[in-house]
Design a protein around this ligand. Structure first.
Ligand SMILES: Nc1ncnc2c1ncn2[C@@H]1O[C@H](COP(=O)(O)OP(=O)(O)O)[C@@H](O)[C@H]1O
Ligand SMILES: [Mg+2]
Length: 216
């Protein structure tokens, strides 16, 4: 479903080339839960940006269903992301002036998905919080709103970048289990430095210094 061929992402840092990801060859399968494990600074976020088309590789390629993401224009790539992907980030990025329900709906603009959003919030145990604003929610509740937002529209792939990092272990684990249980037929690509979050993963890859280390 997603394939990378010798994909690298280089940054220019004071005239020096720094590789956040280097020569990555990997695949994300249909309906697969893939874990990307590695310490801080190993290139996990960068790899997630490449796989999801948030960034394009400085060399090599990333294919989504055989289509090179580098060959799409910015707008086309952004439409593909909105249509096909869901995202959960480390910090629950919610808009403070919107309710939980409205925050869920922003991931699929111009679509009427109110019933679906309410159903997701309900299944995440937040039906009574759908009209609350982010500052009225706990950290775990805020991240569950982000989970609902990522799940809206049944995306083909959900990308999660350390979604448990701002939570205590049990709230963190529950976020991962909910993502995994509710993703339907979608794939889940989750980045973390914490192997205990990947007990349900089908496959785990390891990153060290921007390179893929172990594949199992
Ligand atoms: N915009 C940037 N400019 C320069 N270097 C960057 C930039 N973003 C990330 N890096 C570097 O790339 C490496 C990998 O970063 P990142 O993908 O964020 O790692 P992780 O998510 O595993 O912590 C780090 O050494 C980081 O400093
Ligand atoms: Mg990161």
């Amino acid at each position: 479903m997603i394939q990378t061929t010798a994909a690298s992402l280089a940054y220019q840092d004071q005239g020096r080339t720094v590789y956040a990801c280097q020569d990555i060859d990997m695949e994300v399968g249909k309906h697969e839960f893939l874990g990307i494990l590695g310490p801080s600074g190993s290139g996990k976020s960068s790899l997630l940006y490449l796989l999801s088309g948030l960034k394009i590789p400085t060399s090599g390629d990333v294919l989504y269903n055989g289509q090179s993401l580098s060959k799409l224009g910015d707008e086309e790539r952004s439409r593909l992301r909105i249509r096909e992907f869901g995202f959960v980030f480390q910090q629950p990025y919610l808009l403070g002036y919107l309710t939980s329900l409205e925050n869920v709906l922003v991931s699929k603009p111009n679509e009427n998905r109110v019933d679906e959003a309410l159903d997701l919030l309900d299944r995440l145990g937040l039906s009574h919080k759908s009209h609350r604003h982010p500052h009225e929610l706990s950290g775990g509740e805020r991240q569950r709103v982000c989970v609902a937002r990522a799940l809206l529209g049944s995306p083909k792939v959900i990308f999660a970048d350390e979604p448990t990092a701002a939570l205590d272990h049990s709230n963190g684990l529950s976020v991962v289990q909910l993502l995994n249980a509710m993703r339907g037929t979608g794939s889940l690509v989750m980045v973390t430095h914490d192997p205990t979050m990947l007990e349900e993963a089908d496959k785990i890859v390891r990153l060290a210094d921007g390179r893929l280390d172990i594949l199992n």
